[in-house]
Ligand binder design. Sequence first.
Ligand code: R7I
Ligand code: MG
Length: 386
Amino acid sequence: MTAAARLVTAAGGPASLCRFRGALVGAVLGDCIGGEFEGTEEVPLDRVLQHLEGLEDETRGDCILQYSDDTAMTRCVAHSLLTRAGFDEQDMARRFAKEYNLAPGRGYGAGVIQVLKKLASPQLSDVFQPARAQFGGRGSFGNGGAMRAAPFALAFRERVDIQRYARLGAMLTHSCSLGYNGAILQALAVHLSLQGALALPQDFLNTLITEMEELEKDESTRSDARVLNESEFPFCARLHRVKELMERNKVSIEEVISELGNGIAALHSVPTAIFCVLHCLEPREGLPEKYGGLERTLAYSLALGGDTDTIACMAGAIAGAHYGIEAIPQAWQRCCEGSEEADMLAQRLHSMYHRAPPEGDAGLLGSGNSQMHSRSGGSSEPQPPE
Ligand code: R7I
Ligand code: MG
């Protein structure tokens, strides 16, 4: 069977409904299932498999695994993009603040809480300002922008729009380039996966490297990398390491952690999530033969330890967009709070994505004309770095 034919049978054609649903439901599952091991440094694989086996037990109630800030904020992004039919920073910021206020105990990062409290103020006009004030004025490099980036890939068709709005969406809380570039990388990975690009894994990775090379040329990235003692082109460097790891016959969990990381910085988790997806495209030793690729991806992400819920959430979105909703076990979905809502949001985003543009209008979601997608009318939007 050719790669193209395999692609159609696996999850439908590019940007199919099955892929959209897989992406958002995959993300929720990663978050809910990964919560069990969040912050644990060594997670034996048999504990992961035991945890996953437990999800098959029908005597356990529905929604027994609660979602964390990853899903809480992803919901806000999806609702905002749908309600405003595009990106509106004021609307998205208010939703983040309201959500935090309603359920502050979802495990938010220690720094971002300050931003969310400030975003709740009705007097605030520049909604990007609280994020800029973080960490001595450089902004956060955490993975909080990346963990909620998937809906941007389901709302915009053109890469230029996905990049622009994933960056702005992240900058509401993460204004350091090492934070928002992670969000762009994650959104692009989901976008490419939705298009079926994982049928050719090397090309998928090369495309991401080319896109990030372009982004990381800018002065903010260079100066953030210098200040934080990271190499030049930090995300590209990590993606090259992903490539090297993929070329090895055998890779240990320890090697993956030492080469790519498993922490809360976007740089130490987004390339890791991408590696998990690529590594699990094939059956792997130690993972049950009955598992399909999506189950393998989630199990493997958990076995890395560290920021398991967020790494599994990001890997789940990319893998879900590749394998589609049919590949996600019903029993796992049933256990996870928010999976039904994620499925509904994915269906609405799919309709919006495929809606024919009005006559004479290049369309809200596919024109490549970024100005058309901003619904704010505000003047405070930070300009993307040149
Ligand atoms: O990035 P963020 O939203 O949280 C990310 C992770 C996810 O796994 C969530 O699920 C949650 O568990 O945490 O939250 P931030 O507070 O912006 O960043 C997370 C942490 O990264 C901060 O609390 C800091 O410890 C660290 N951090 C920094 N430390 C020093 N200097 C982020 N940026 C900096 C920095 O510039
Ligand atoms: Mg979390």
